[in-house]
Ligand binder design. Structure first.
Ligand SMILES: Nc1nc2c(ncn2[C@@H]2O[C@H](COP(=O)(O)OP(=O)(O)OP(=O)(O)O)[C@@H](O)[C@H]2O)c(=O)[nH]1
Length: 405
């Protein structure tokens, strides 16, 4: 990794450790069991640059993940997140709250989905969200199953925890078993949803019961270690964003690189927790590897809301401001930054820096990170920002080509 600026440390002015190399996963090399479409992964969507392609026969592993699978064809399709589950389980509500900022209470007025609703999301990576009607039997011969599941990123199965869930589990298992031969690598993400209405004890019992039933039934059919993950979610708190963050993170091949960069930044600047947020959806696409607690995510997520609200009032059209100044057009915009104090078990600091058009870095700092270190933190975050440009070149290119209106 080439960096024009040597980084500084908050305590001693020593360089930040060099960016780690991330090698291609050899287990991904053999996909002969899969249908051609299933061989594609999200990587190729992420950085659709000609120079990001890695020839299959290249004996030298790339130093950084390139955003493309060696055997993938160049295409302009987008990875899909499929939202499936029983009627009224909350699929449309989830999509509306996370991606359209619909206030949760207004989901009461959402109409039943009668046909597959396909939406494209444009952010640091482009993807599609397909919202399925609850009653649909997609394994009916009338449906082109390959067309639905071919370029899928994740299958999100929503189960209403406040309702009778046995049939939902049965349909989920049927779907997993049907898919396992052709698409064994699909991530199945089960959202045990609407947990807001349940008592703590009942919530835990229901969650465990659902996991047990799904796993038992799958192993009865000889399918051990199915790639299924479970989350407790509700649109009335941050849990749905947290769950979506984890789903999306699995689709980002550069995640280990991002985590290593954030770890490095945290240790150099004495930051307790750092999140890289997708501003539009408030999904965090990476965080450092120190333990995450929902509380720190909530603080950061609320802070993004404040910053967005303020910038909507006082913001300016950045495209016009950039002019020809190369240092500005490189990142697509001026850096927006702020440092505020918060009363939360002492003097904690929140530091936000807009990284590019799509991403913002938010850091949570404890007592030992007072404002006087801000210059050093600024500098190191600048180094982090420069490194990120190499990890997500496409986001930068978009920011230059299509400045925000
Ligand atoms: N308590 C609670 N209610 C929720 C939650 N999410 C959704 N709901 C409610 O569940 C009801 C059904 O939500 P929808 O999003 O329409 O469900 P759907 O799965 O899209 O339904 P179909 O379109 O019929 O397949 C609505 O009244 C929502 O307000 C949640 O997290 N908690």
């Amino acid at each position: 990794m080439e960096s024009t600026q040597p980084p500084l440390s908050a305590s001693q002015h020593s360089p930040v450790t060099e960016l780690p190399s991330v090698h291609e996963d050899p287990s991904q090399a053999d996909h002969s069991r899969l249908k051609p479409g299933a061989q594609l992964t999200l990587m190729r969507y992420l950085q659709d640059l000609p120079d990001a392609e890695v020839p299959h026969t290249d004996p030298v592993p790339p130093r950084f993940h390139t955003g493309r699978l060696p055997n993938s064809k160049a295409g302009d399709g987008k990875p899909r997140l499929l939202l499936m589950g029983q009627r009224r389980s909350g699929k449309s509500s989830i999509s509306s709250v996370v991606f359209h900022k619909l206030p949760p209470s207004e989901t009461l007025y959402l109409e039943t989905t009668t046909r597959i609703k396909k939406e494209s999301m444009h952010s640091f990576m482009d993807f599609q969200v397909w919202d399925f009607p609850g009653h649909l039997d997609y394994f009916d011969p009338a449906f082109d199953v390959d067309n639905i599941f071919e370029e899928i990123g994740a299958l999100i199965w929503v189960i209403d925890a406040q309702d009778e869930y046995l049939e939902a589990i049965m349909r989920l298992n049927t779907t997993i078993l049907n898919l396992q031969h052709s698409y064994p690598n699909i991530n199945v993400e089960v959202f045990v949803h609407k947990v807001d209405g349940l008592s703590e004890d009942y919530k835990g019992d229901t969650f465990r019961d659902i996991i047990q039933r799904v796993q038992d039934e799958l192993s009865d059919h000889g399918y051990e270690n199915a790639p299924v993950s479970f989350y407790q979610t509700s649109i009335y708190d941050h849990s749905i964003f947290e769950a979506f963050s984890k789903v999306i993170q699995k689709l980002i091949p550069q995640l280990p690189t991002l985590e290593a960069l954030l770890n490095s930044l945290c240790s150099t600047c004495h930051i307790e927790k750092a999140y890289l947020f997708d501003i539009m959806s408030k999904i965090y696409i990476a965080t450092d590897t120190s333990p995450t607690d929902i509380g720190s995510y909530e603080i950061c997520s609320d802070y993004i809301d404040v910053v967005i609200d303020v910038s909507e009032i006082y913001g300016w059209p950045r495209g016009e401001q950039n002019g020809d100044d190369e240092s500005l057009t490189e990142t697509g915009n001026n850096d927006a930054e702020s440092l505020i104090t918060m009363e939360r078990k002492g003097n904690n600091y929140l530091y936000l820096r807009e990284i590019n058009k799509y991403l913002a870095l938010i850091c949570l700092m404890g007592d030992d990170s007072p404002a006087e270190k801000k210059a050093v933190i600024d500098y190191n975050v600048g180094v982090f920002q420069a490194a990120l440009k190499q990890v997500f070149p496409r986001a930068e290119r978009d920011a230059v080509e299509a400045p925000a209106a």
